[in-house]
Design a protein around this ligand. Structure first.
Ligand SMILES: [Zn+2]
Ligand SMILES: [Zn+2]
Length: 297
């Protein structure tokens, strides 16, 4: 049966996104192991024909459904115009950004519930609550979204490499005043402040903006790269590149924040800068009403 005629309901999106990841997780190490066996001169014809090929076919089949499914989401109406994003990234963004917005009371209850657990101790039941499931409107600001995506920066000491509190001017560990900012890192014994899966998707989108030279975000990357080449000549090219990609993804996320609100008929919250400082230099999202008007002028 062809899926051409199937309409895949949006409710299947979480299932199809996780299925895609899980099939990849099974297929990719298998491919490596087959290559290793071949290198040893072991015959892998049967493994390839009976296991790898069906796995690949399943992945393709799931992908087709995922692509059909995501087209039913209003966000696709904007993202389909953006070079380097595509259905898969769109579906992953929708899946990872959608979630419950917990009230303060609920958050306190959750913290207590999760704090109680000792190593090896099992809980009677999973923590549940009636907090509403939301999409982009879970985040009150672009900065909150950046932080959840792990695209914010944190203060650190360039000498002892330790992470510092945001507003300190000298290192609280070694006293050095040689402080800088970097992508947040996992710290032992501390909960991460971002969603690791979303961060990885955002990094992949950043790479895609570089690879797809026709993407509307590629010129922003080029400008950012030039900027960091001038500003941080002491850093390695790889580091400067990572910074430029992060800057580009942050711009994309700010546009996503705005457009996702708009396609849902919501007015996006104004940023602190726009609210407090009046006019700020703003790059409007590509393919939005605003850019279309400008281009029509
Ligand atoms: Zn809750
Ligand atoms: Zn230090």
């Amino acid at each position: 049966m062809g899926i051409r005629s199937l309409d895949i309901p949006l409710e299947q999106l979480p299932t199809l996104v996780t299925l895609d990841w899980n099939l990849q997780r099974a297929r990719m190490p298998l491919e490596q192991q087959i290559a290793a066996l071949k290198a040893k001169g072991v015959d892998t014809t049967d493994l390839e024909a009976e296991i790898l090929a069906p796995l690949l076919a399943l992945e393709k089949e799931g992908e087709k459904r995922l692509k059909k499914c995501v087209r039913n989401h209003p966000l696709w109406g904007w993202l389909k115009h953006i070079g380097g994003v595509g259905e898969k990234f769109t579906a992953q963004l929708i899946y990872l950004i959608t979630g419950k917005k917990h009230t303060e009371t609920c958050q306190e209850k959750r913290d207590k519930y999760f704090a109680k657990k000792k190593p090896g101790e099992k809980r009677a039941r999973a923590f549940t609550c009636d907090c509403p499931v939301m999409e982009i409107d879970r985040f009150h600001s672009v900065s909150a979204l950046w932080k959840y995506a792990g695209m914010n920066t944190e203060s650190y000491c360039r000498d002892c490499k330790k992470t510092l509190d945001d507003n300190v001017t000298s290192c609280t560990h070694c006293g050095s005043t040689n402080t800088g900012r970097r992508a947040p890192r996992r710290r032992r014994g501390q909960k991460v402040t971002w969603n690791p899966k979303l961060r990885s998707v955002c990094r992949n989108i950043g790479k895609s903006f570089v690879m797809v030279t026709s993407s509307q975000y590629r010129p922003h990357y080029d400008r950012a790269k030039e900027f960091y080449n001038r500003k941080d000549p002491h850093l390695s090219d790889g580091h400067r590149d990572a910074r430029a990609r992060r800057k580009t993804v942050k711009l994309f996320l700010s546009h996503l924040f705005e457009m996702w609100h708009r396609v849902k008929g919501l007015e996006p919250p104004k940023s602190y800068a726009e609210e407090k400082l009046g006019h700020v230099h703003r790059i409007p999202p590509p393919e939005s009403e605003e850019t279309r008007k400008k281009e029509g002028e």
